[in-house]
Design a protein around this ligand. Structure first.
Ligand code: GDP
Length: 457
Protein backbone atom coordinates (compact mmCIF):
# COMPACT_ATOMS: atom_id res chain seq x y z
CA UNK A 1 0.00 0.00 0.00
CA UNK A 2 2.84 2.33 0.76
CA UNK A 3 6.47 1.48 0.15
CA UNK A 4 8.36 2.80 3.15
CA UNK A 5 11.60 3.02 1.16
CA UNK A 6 10.02 5.84 -0.86
CA UNK A 7 9.95 9.45 0.27
CA UNK A 8 6.61 11.10 -0.37
CA UNK A 9 5.71 14.73 -0.89
CA UNK A 10 2.49 16.75 -0.92
CA UNK A 11 1.01 20.10 -0.09
CA UNK A 12 -0.20 19.88 3.51
CA UNK A 13 -2.18 23.12 3.61
CA UNK A 14 -5.32 23.91 1.63
CA UNK A 15 -4.77 24.42 -2.10
CA UNK A 16 -5.13 27.96 -3.44
CA UNK A 17 -3.66 31.32 -2.57
CA UNK A 18 -2.73 31.95 1.07
CA UNK A 19 -0.17 33.74 3.21
CA UNK A 20 1.79 30.53 3.68
CA UNK A 21 1.72 27.05 2.18
CA UNK A 22 3.34 24.03 3.80
CA UNK A 23 4.87 21.30 1.66
CA UNK A 24 5.51 18.11 3.55
CA UNK A 25 8.17 15.50 2.76
CA UNK A 26 8.26 12.19 4.62
CA UNK A 27 10.48 9.14 4.24
CA UNK A 28 14.05 7.92 4.58
CA UNK A 29 15.42 10.48 2.10
CA UNK A 30 13.38 13.47 3.23
CA UNK A 31 16.44 15.33 4.58
CA UNK A 32 18.65 14.38 1.65
CA UNK A 33 16.11 15.45 -0.96
CA UNK A 34 15.32 18.70 0.86
CA UNK A 35 19.05 19.42 1.07
CA UNK A 36 19.40 19.10 -2.72
CA UNK A 37 17.11 22.08 -3.30
CA UNK A 38 17.46 24.06 -0.07
CA UNK A 39 20.28 26.60 0.25
CA UNK A 40 21.06 28.01 3.67
CA UNK A 41 22.22 25.26 5.98
CA UNK A 42 23.06 21.61 5.67
CA UNK A 43 19.76 20.18 6.90
CA UNK A 44 21.25 16.71 7.38
CA UNK A 45 23.49 18.06 10.13
CA UNK A 46 20.77 19.92 12.01
CA UNK A 47 19.01 18.54 15.10
CA UNK A 48 15.39 17.50 15.20
CA UNK A 49 12.62 20.03 15.91
CA UNK A 50 14.55 22.99 14.49
CA UNK A 51 13.53 25.55 11.87
CA UNK A 52 15.88 27.01 9.25
CA UNK A 53 15.59 29.93 6.90
CA UNK A 54 16.88 29.52 3.36
CA UNK A 55 16.00 29.54 -0.33
CA UNK A 56 14.71 26.84 -2.60
CA UNK A 57 16.56 26.86 -5.90
CA UNK A 58 15.97 25.14 -9.19
CA UNK A 59 19.49 25.41 -10.65
CA UNK A 60 20.28 29.09 -10.55
CA UNK A 61 16.65 30.19 -10.19
CA UNK A 62 15.43 31.05 -6.73
CA UNK A 63 11.86 29.72 -6.44
CA UNK A 64 11.15 31.10 -2.98
CA UNK A 65 12.47 32.03 0.43
CA UNK A 66 11.26 29.38 2.85
CA UNK A 67 11.44 28.01 6.36
CA UNK A 68 12.37 24.35 6.69
CA UNK A 69 11.11 22.54 9.81
CA UNK A 70 12.89 19.31 10.65
CA UNK A 71 11.51 16.27 12.43
CA UNK A 72 14.05 13.47 12.64
CA UNK A 73 12.71 9.88 12.82
CA UNK A 74 11.07 8.67 14.96
CA UNK A 75 10.07 12.07 16.35
CA UNK A 76 7.52 12.98 13.71
CA UNK A 77 3.87 12.43 12.80
CA UNK A 78 4.76 9.58 10.44
CA UNK A 79 7.66 8.34 12.62
CA UNK A 80 9.87 8.84 9.55
CA UNK A 81 12.17 11.76 8.69
CA UNK A 82 9.89 14.68 7.91
CA UNK A 83 10.76 18.07 6.43
CA UNK A 84 8.08 20.74 6.17
CA UNK A 85 8.82 23.64 3.88
CA UNK A 86 6.78 26.74 4.65
CA UNK A 87 6.66 28.71 1.43
CA UNK A 88 4.76 31.76 0.30
CA UNK A 89 1.23 30.64 -0.43
CA UNK A 90 1.21 30.84 -4.20
CA UNK A 91 -0.12 27.84 -6.12
CA UNK A 92 2.59 28.50 -8.75
CA UNK A 93 5.43 28.37 -6.19
CA UNK A 94 3.94 25.26 -4.58
CA UNK A 95 3.65 23.46 -7.88
CA UNK A 96 7.20 24.38 -8.90
CA UNK A 97 8.69 23.26 -5.59
CA UNK A 98 6.75 19.97 -5.53
CA UNK A 99 7.89 19.19 -9.06
CA UNK A 100 11.43 20.07 -8.13
CA UNK A 101 11.31 17.72 -5.13
CA UNK A 102 9.90 14.96 -7.32
CA UNK A 103 12.71 15.46 -9.84
CA UNK A 104 15.10 15.11 -6.90
CA UNK A 105 13.80 11.74 -5.79
CA UNK A 106 10.48 12.19 -3.98
CA UNK A 107 7.17 10.73 -5.10
CA UNK A 108 3.75 12.45 -4.99
CA UNK A 109 1.84 11.19 -1.94
CA UNK A 110 -1.47 9.42 -2.33
CA UNK A 111 -4.55 10.47 -0.33
CA UNK A 112 -4.04 9.83 3.37
CA UNK A 113 -0.58 8.36 2.85
CA UNK A 114 1.08 10.37 5.64
CA UNK A 115 -1.52 9.19 8.13
CA UNK A 116 -1.34 5.65 6.75
CA UNK A 117 2.40 5.67 7.47
CA UNK A 118 1.77 7.06 10.94
CA UNK A 119 -0.58 4.12 11.52
CA UNK A 120 1.75 1.48 10.03
CA UNK A 121 4.65 2.82 12.09
CA UNK A 122 2.64 2.67 15.29
CA UNK A 123 2.23 6.42 15.79
CA UNK A 124 -1.56 6.15 15.80
CA UNK A 125 -3.98 3.29 15.86
CA UNK A 126 -6.66 3.03 13.23
CA UNK A 127 -9.47 4.71 15.13
CA UNK A 128 -7.13 7.58 15.99
CA UNK A 129 -6.15 7.92 12.34
CA UNK A 130 -9.81 8.11 11.40
CA UNK A 131 -10.32 10.74 14.10
CA UNK A 132 -7.68 12.89 12.36
CA UNK A 133 -10.00 13.08 9.35
CA UNK A 134 -12.98 13.85 11.58
CA UNK A 135 -11.04 16.50 13.44
CA UNK A 136 -10.12 18.27 10.23
CA UNK A 137 -13.71 18.26 9.02
CA UNK A 138 -15.28 19.11 12.38
CA UNK A 139 -17.36 22.26 12.16
CA UNK A 140 -18.79 22.70 15.64
CA UNK A 141 -17.57 22.62 19.21
CA UNK A 142 -19.32 19.32 19.89
CA UNK A 143 -18.01 17.51 16.80
CA UNK A 144 -14.54 18.90 17.47
CA UNK A 145 -14.65 17.68 21.05
CA UNK A 146 -15.74 14.17 20.07
CA UNK A 147 -13.05 13.87 17.37
CA UNK A 148 -10.37 15.27 19.64
CA UNK A 149 -11.20 12.78 22.34
CA UNK A 150 -10.98 9.93 19.86
CA UNK A 151 -7.71 11.17 18.36
CA UNK A 152 -6.16 11.43 21.77
CA UNK A 153 -6.86 7.74 22.22
CA UNK A 154 -9.60 7.53 24.84
CA UNK A 155 -11.77 5.21 22.80
CA UNK A 156 -8.73 3.12 21.84
CA UNK A 157 -7.55 2.66 25.40
CA UNK A 158 -11.05 1.71 26.48
CA UNK A 159 -11.18 -0.95 23.77
CA UNK A 160 -7.67 -2.08 24.58
CA UNK A 161 -8.65 -2.66 28.18
CA UNK A 162 -11.63 -4.80 27.15
CA UNK A 163 -9.47 -6.79 24.76
CA UNK A 164 -6.80 -7.44 27.37
CA UNK A 165 -9.35 -8.92 29.76
CA UNK A 166 -10.85 -11.06 27.02
CA UNK A 167 -7.44 -12.25 25.83
CA UNK A 168 -6.63 -13.36 29.35
CA UNK A 169 -9.74 -15.53 29.43
CA UNK A 170 -9.34 -16.78 25.91
CA UNK A 171 -5.88 -18.06 26.77
CA UNK A 172 -7.12 -19.84 29.90
CA UNK A 173 -9.87 -21.50 27.92
CA UNK A 174 -7.45 -22.49 25.20
CA UNK A 175 -5.27 -24.01 27.87
CA UNK A 176 -8.22 -26.20 28.82
CA UNK A 177 -8.33 -27.42 25.25
CA UNK A 178 -4.74 -28.67 25.62
CA UNK A 179 -5.76 -30.65 28.67
CA UNK A 180 -9.11 -31.74 27.30
CA UNK A 181 -8.75 -35.38 28.38
CA UNK A 182 -8.28 -34.38 31.97
CA UNK A 183 -11.51 -32.41 32.24
CA UNK A 184 -10.01 -29.40 34.05
CA UNK A 185 -11.37 -25.88 34.14
CA UNK A 186 -8.71 -23.18 34.36
CA UNK A 187 -11.12 -20.43 33.52
CA UNK A 188 -13.56 -19.86 36.32
CA UNK A 189 -16.99 -19.87 34.67
CA UNK A 190 -18.57 -17.43 37.13
CA UNK A 191 -15.76 -14.96 36.71
CA UNK A 192 -15.99 -15.35 32.94
CA UNK A 193 -19.71 -14.78 33.06
CA UNK A 194 -19.44 -11.56 35.04
CA UNK A 195 -16.66 -10.36 32.74
CA UNK A 196 -18.85 -11.00 29.69
CA UNK A 197 -21.77 -9.19 31.30
CA UNK A 198 -19.53 -6.21 32.07
CA UNK A 199 -18.09 -6.05 28.58
CA UNK A 200 -21.42 -6.46 26.81
CA UNK A 201 -22.79 -3.61 28.91
CA UNK A 202 -19.90 -1.35 27.91
CA UNK A 203 -20.33 -2.36 24.27
CA UNK A 204 -24.06 -1.70 24.41
CA UNK A 205 -23.38 1.78 25.80
CA UNK A 206 -20.86 2.50 23.08
CA UNK A 207 -23.26 1.25 20.40
CA UNK A 208 -26.00 3.39 21.86
CA UNK A 209 -23.76 6.47 21.91
CA UNK A 210 -23.57 6.30 18.11
CA UNK A 211 -27.11 7.59 17.82
CA UNK A 212 -26.08 10.95 19.24
CA UNK A 213 -22.43 10.77 18.17
CA UNK A 214 -23.34 10.35 14.54
CA UNK A 215 -25.79 13.22 14.43
CA UNK A 216 -23.35 15.46 16.24
CA UNK A 217 -20.76 14.75 13.60
CA UNK A 218 -23.17 15.38 10.73
CA UNK A 219 -25.27 18.16 12.29
CA UNK A 220 -28.73 17.44 13.65
CA UNK A 221 -31.51 17.44 11.10
CA UNK A 222 -34.28 19.60 12.46
CA UNK A 223 -37.45 19.95 10.45
CA UNK A 224 -39.74 22.92 11.04
CA UNK A 225 -43.20 21.90 9.86
CA UNK A 226 -46.56 23.60 10.07
CA UNK A 227 -49.38 24.95 7.96
CA UNK A 228 -48.80 27.84 5.60
CA UNK A 229 -48.55 31.17 7.42
CA UNK A 230 -47.83 29.55 10.77
CA UNK A 231 -44.62 31.60 10.75
CA UNK A 232 -42.04 28.96 9.81
CA UNK A 233 -39.89 31.25 7.69
CA UNK A 234 -40.12 34.00 10.30
CA UNK A 235 -39.04 31.57 13.00
CA UNK A 236 -36.15 30.35 10.89
CA UNK A 237 -35.00 33.91 10.38
CA UNK A 238 -35.34 34.76 14.04
CA UNK A 239 -33.39 31.70 15.09
CA UNK A 240 -30.68 32.43 12.58
CA UNK A 241 -30.88 36.16 13.21
CA UNK A 242 -30.76 36.92 9.53
CA UNK A 243 -33.16 37.48 6.70
CA UNK A 244 -32.56 34.42 4.59
CA UNK A 245 -35.84 32.66 3.80
CA UNK A 246 -38.42 34.54 1.79
CA UNK A 247 -41.33 35.61 3.98
CA UNK A 248 -44.64 36.26 2.33
CA UNK A 249 -48.26 36.85 3.27
CA UNK A 250 -49.51 34.56 0.53
CA UNK A 251 -50.13 31.07 1.87
CA UNK A 252 -47.87 28.41 0.44
CA UNK A 253 -44.95 30.52 -0.77
CA UNK A 254 -42.24 28.47 0.91
CA UNK A 255 -42.42 25.97 -1.87
CA UNK A 256 -39.16 24.16 -1.57
CA UNK A 257 -37.18 23.33 1.51
CA UNK A 258 -34.57 25.70 2.85
CA UNK A 259 -31.68 24.49 4.96
CA UNK A 260 -29.60 26.57 7.35
CA UNK A 261 -27.19 25.67 10.11
CA UNK A 262 -27.87 26.94 13.62
CA UNK A 263 -25.28 26.45 16.34
CA UNK A 264 -26.73 25.99 19.83
CA UNK A 265 -24.26 25.56 22.69
CA UNK A 266 -21.68 24.19 20.29
CA UNK A 267 -23.95 21.71 18.52
CA UNK A 268 -24.92 22.22 14.89
CA UNK A 269 -28.60 21.91 14.00
CA UNK A 270 -29.56 21.79 10.34
CA UNK A 271 -32.83 23.67 10.28
CA UNK A 272 -35.08 22.66 7.45
CA UNK A 273 -38.02 24.91 6.67
CA UNK A 274 -40.61 23.01 4.70
CA UNK A 275 -43.56 23.89 2.58
CA UNK A 276 -46.91 23.90 4.40
CA UNK A 277 -48.34 20.56 5.36
CA UNK A 278 -51.92 21.31 4.29
CA UNK A 279 -53.42 19.46 1.34
CA UNK A 280 -51.85 20.53 -1.90
CA UNK A 281 -53.90 22.50 -4.35
CA UNK A 282 -51.48 22.98 -7.20
CA UNK A 283 -48.71 20.77 -8.47
CA UNK A 284 -45.72 22.82 -7.38
CA UNK A 285 -47.05 22.86 -3.87
CA UNK A 286 -47.75 19.13 -4.09
CA UNK A 287 -44.07 18.50 -4.74
CA UNK A 288 -43.25 20.63 -1.72
CA UNK A 289 -45.63 18.69 0.49
CA UNK A 290 -44.29 15.36 -0.63
CA UNK A 291 -40.79 16.63 0.11
CA UNK A 292 -41.94 17.75 3.54
CA UNK A 293 -43.12 14.28 4.45
CA UNK A 294 -39.90 12.84 3.10
CA UNK A 295 -37.81 15.28 5.18
CA UNK A 296 -39.88 14.52 8.24
CA UNK A 297 -39.20 10.83 7.86
CA UNK A 298 -35.44 11.53 8.02
CA UNK A 299 -35.39 14.15 10.74
CA UNK A 300 -33.74 13.77 14.14
CA UNK A 301 -36.03 16.27 15.81
CA UNK A 302 -39.23 17.94 14.73
CA UNK A 303 -40.54 21.39 15.45
CA UNK A 304 -44.25 21.69 14.73
CA UNK A 305 -45.26 25.33 14.53
CA UNK A 306 -48.86 26.52 14.64
CA UNK A 307 -50.62 29.87 14.65
CA UNK A 308 -52.12 30.14 18.09
CA UNK A 309 -55.03 32.21 16.79
CA UNK A 310 -55.58 30.53 13.48
CA UNK A 311 -55.96 26.87 14.45
CA UNK A 312 -58.59 25.03 16.44
CA UNK A 313 -57.70 22.31 18.93
CA UNK A 314 -58.85 19.61 16.56
CA UNK A 315 -56.74 21.00 13.74
CA UNK A 316 -53.68 21.04 15.99
CA UNK A 317 -54.41 17.45 17.04
CA UNK A 318 -54.82 16.44 13.42
CA UNK A 319 -51.41 17.91 12.53
CA UNK A 320 -49.65 16.38 15.52
CA UNK A 321 -51.11 12.96 14.77
CA UNK A 322 -49.89 13.23 11.22
CA UNK A 323 -46.38 14.35 12.11
CA UNK A 324 -45.63 12.52 15.32
CA UNK A 325 -43.07 9.70 15.16
CA UNK A 326 -42.40 7.78 18.38
CA UNK A 327 -38.78 8.11 19.43
CA UNK A 328 -38.19 11.35 17.53
CA UNK A 329 -38.14 14.39 19.83
CA UNK A 330 -41.19 16.52 19.03
CA UNK A 331 -41.61 20.15 20.02
CA UNK A 332 -44.99 21.79 19.49
CA UNK A 333 -44.56 25.54 19.21
CA UNK A 334 -47.49 27.91 19.52
CA UNK A 335 -46.60 31.00 17.52
CA UNK A 336 -47.80 34.61 17.46
CA UNK A 337 -48.44 34.90 21.18
CA UNK A 338 -47.85 38.63 20.78
CA UNK A 339 -51.33 38.71 19.27
CA UNK A 340 -53.06 36.57 21.83
CA UNK A 341 -53.15 35.54 25.44
CA UNK A 342 -54.97 32.42 24.35
CA UNK A 343 -53.50 29.52 26.29
CA UNK A 344 -56.13 26.95 25.43
CA UNK A 345 -53.69 24.97 23.32
CA UNK A 346 -52.10 23.91 26.60
CA UNK A 347 -55.20 21.89 27.40
CA UNK A 348 -54.95 19.80 24.25
CA UNK A 349 -54.03 16.23 25.05
CA UNK A 350 -50.79 15.62 23.19
CA UNK A 351 -48.58 12.51 23.44
CA UNK A 352 -46.73 12.60 26.77
CA UNK A 353 -43.27 13.15 25.28
CA UNK A 354 -44.30 16.15 23.16
CA UNK A 355 -42.82 19.35 24.54
CA UNK A 356 -44.88 22.50 24.23
CA UNK A 357 -43.70 26.09 24.16
CA UNK A 358 -45.33 29.40 23.16
CA UNK A 359 -43.30 31.99 21.25
CA UNK A 360 -43.55 34.98 19.05
CA UNK A 361 -41.30 34.35 16.11
CA UNK A 362 -41.69 37.88 14.80
CA UNK A 363 -41.27 39.68 18.12
CA UNK A 364 -38.52 37.28 19.22
CA UNK A 365 -40.29 36.30 22.43
CA UNK A 366 -39.20 33.03 24.08
CA UNK A 367 -37.18 31.99 21.06
CA UNK A 368 -34.07 31.56 23.21
CA UNK A 369 -36.03 29.18 25.41
CA UNK A 370 -37.00 27.30 22.27
CA UNK A 371 -33.31 26.94 21.38
CA UNK A 372 -32.53 25.54 24.80
CA UNK A 373 -35.49 23.16 24.58
CA UNK A 374 -34.23 21.96 21.21
CA UNK A 375 -30.74 21.40 22.58
CA UNK A 376 -32.01 19.53 25.64
CA UNK A 377 -34.42 17.40 23.62
CA UNK A 378 -31.61 16.11 21.44
CA UNK A 379 -28.68 15.79 23.81
CA UNK A 380 -30.66 14.67 26.89
CA UNK A 381 -27.76 15.73 29.07
CA UNK A 382 -25.44 13.23 27.41
CA UNK A 383 -22.97 15.80 26.10
CA UNK A 384 -19.93 17.05 28.01
CA UNK A 385 -20.08 14.08 30.34
CA UNK A 386 -16.66 12.95 29.15
CA UNK A 387 -18.15 9.65 28.01
CA UNK A 388 -16.83 8.17 24.82
CA UNK A 389 -19.06 8.84 21.87
CA UNK A 390 -18.86 6.61 18.81
CA UNK A 391 -19.29 8.58 15.61
CA UNK A 392 -17.95 6.25 12.96
CA UNK A 393 -20.21 3.75 11.22
CA UNK A 394 -17.37 1.28 10.72
CA UNK A 395 -16.72 1.30 14.46
CA UNK A 396 -20.33 0.83 15.42
CA UNK A 397 -20.68 -2.10 13.04
CA UNK A 398 -17.64 -3.80 14.53
CA UNK A 399 -18.98 -3.13 18.03
CA UNK A 400 -22.31 -4.70 17.08
CA UNK A 401 -20.57 -7.82 15.79
CA UNK A 402 -18.40 -8.06 18.90
CA UNK A 403 -21.50 -7.66 21.04
CA UNK A 404 -23.21 -10.43 19.12
CA UNK A 405 -20.25 -12.79 19.59
CA UNK A 406 -20.18 -12.10 23.30
CA UNK A 407 -23.87 -12.88 23.50
CA UNK A 408 -23.02 -16.29 22.06
CA UNK A 409 -20.35 -16.71 24.72
CA UNK A 410 -22.91 -15.78 27.33
CA UNK A 411 -25.43 -18.27 25.92
CA UNK A 412 -22.69 -20.91 25.86
CA UNK A 413 -22.02 -20.35 29.54
CA UNK A 414 -25.65 -20.74 30.47
CA UNK A 415 -26.20 -23.89 28.41
CA UNK A 416 -22.75 -25.31 28.82
CA UNK A 417 -20.97 -25.93 25.54
CA UNK A 418 -17.47 -27.26 25.17
CA UNK A 419 -14.50 -24.99 25.70
CA UNK A 420 -13.64 -24.90 22.02
CA UNK A 421 -16.94 -23.21 21.17
CA UNK A 422 -16.44 -20.65 23.91
CA UNK A 423 -12.91 -20.00 22.72
CA UNK A 424 -14.12 -19.55 19.17
CA UNK A 425 -16.72 -16.93 20.10
CA UNK A 426 -14.28 -15.05 22.31
CA UNK A 427 -11.75 -15.01 19.47
CA UNK A 428 -14.47 -13.66 17.17
CA UNK A 429 -15.24 -10.84 19.58
CA UNK A 430 -11.53 -10.07 19.88
CA UNK A 431 -11.24 -9.98 16.13
CA UNK A 432 -14.03 -7.42 15.77
CA UNK A 433 -12.69 -5.22 18.55
CA UNK A 434 -9.25 -5.43 16.97
CA UNK A 435 -10.68 -4.26 13.66
CA UNK A 436 -11.59 -0.93 15.19
CA UNK A 437 -8.14 -0.05 16.45
CA UNK A 438 -6.35 -1.82 13.62
CA UNK A 439 -4.75 -4.77 15.41
CA UNK A 440 -6.57 -6.76 12.77
CA UNK A 441 -6.52 -5.22 9.31
CA UNK A 442 -6.67 -6.14 5.69
CA UNK A 443 -5.28 -4.14 2.79
CA UNK A 444 -8.82 -3.59 1.54
CA UNK A 445 -9.88 -2.09 4.82
CA UNK A 446 -6.89 0.27 4.92
CA UNK A 447 -7.33 1.20 1.29
CA UNK A 448 -10.97 1.96 1.96
CA UNK A 449 -10.24 4.16 4.96
CA UNK A 450 -7.26 6.10 3.70
CA UNK A 451 -8.46 6.65 0.15
CA UNK A 452 -11.17 8.89 1.63
CA UNK A 453 -8.56 11.22 3.09
CA UNK A 454 -7.30 14.21 1.11
CA UNK A 455 -3.85 14.29 -0.37
CA UNK A 456 -1.35 15.73 2.08
CA UNK A 457 -3.12 14.34 5.14
P1 GDP B 1 -44.79 30.32 6.82
O1 GDP B 1 -45.71 30.22 5.66
O2 GDP B 1 -45.13 29.32 7.86
O3 GDP B 1 -43.33 30.27 6.44
O4 GDP B 1 -45.08 31.74 7.52
P2 GDP B 1 -44.27 33.10 7.40
O5 GDP B 1 -43.04 33.07 8.22
O6 GDP B 1 -44.16 33.49 5.97
O7 GDP B 1 -45.28 34.07 8.18
C1 GDP B 1 -46.61 34.30 7.75
C2 GDP B 1 -47.09 35.63 8.28
O8 GDP B 1 -47.20 35.59 9.71
C3 GDP B 1 -46.14 36.80 7.98
O9 GDP B 1 -46.92 37.92 7.70
C4 GDP B 1 -45.40 36.99 9.30
O10 GDP B 1 -44.96 38.32 9.48
C5 GDP B 1 -46.46 36.63 10.30
N1 GDP B 1 -45.87 36.18 11.56
C6 GDP B 1 -44.94 35.22 11.74
N2 GDP B 1 -44.63 35.06 13.04
C7 GDP B 1 -45.39 35.97 13.71
C8 GDP B 1 -45.51 36.31 15.10
O11 GDP B 1 -44.85 35.76 16.00
N3 GDP B 1 -46.40 37.27 15.42
C9 GDP B 1 -47.15 37.91 14.46
N4 GDP B 1 -47.98 38.84 14.87
N5 GDP B 1 -47.06 37.62 13.16
C10 GDP B 1 -46.17 36.66 12.78
Amino acid sequence: MTDSSETIVALATAPGVGAIAVIRLSGPDALKIANRVFKGKDLELMPTHTIHFGTVRDGETILDEVLASLFIAPHSYTKEHVVELSTHGSPYIVEQIIHLLIRNGARAARPGEFTLRAFLNGGLDLSQAEAVADLISSDSRASHQVAMQQMRGRFSSQLQELRTQLIHFASLIELELDFSEEDVEFANRDALNSLIVRITTVLAELIHSFELGNVIKQGINTVIAGRPNAGKSTLLNTLLNEDRAIISEIAGTTRDTIEEVLNINGVNFRLIDTAGIREATDTIEAIGVEKTMQKISQTSVLIYLFDVLGLSASEIMEDVTRLYRPGIPFIAVANKIDLSVNNRFREIKLPADVKVIAVSAREKQHTDELKQLLYDAVTEGKLNTGQTMVTNIRHVEALRRAHHSLQSVSAGLHHPVTSDFLAMDIRQALYYLGEITGQVTTDDLLENIFSKFCIGK
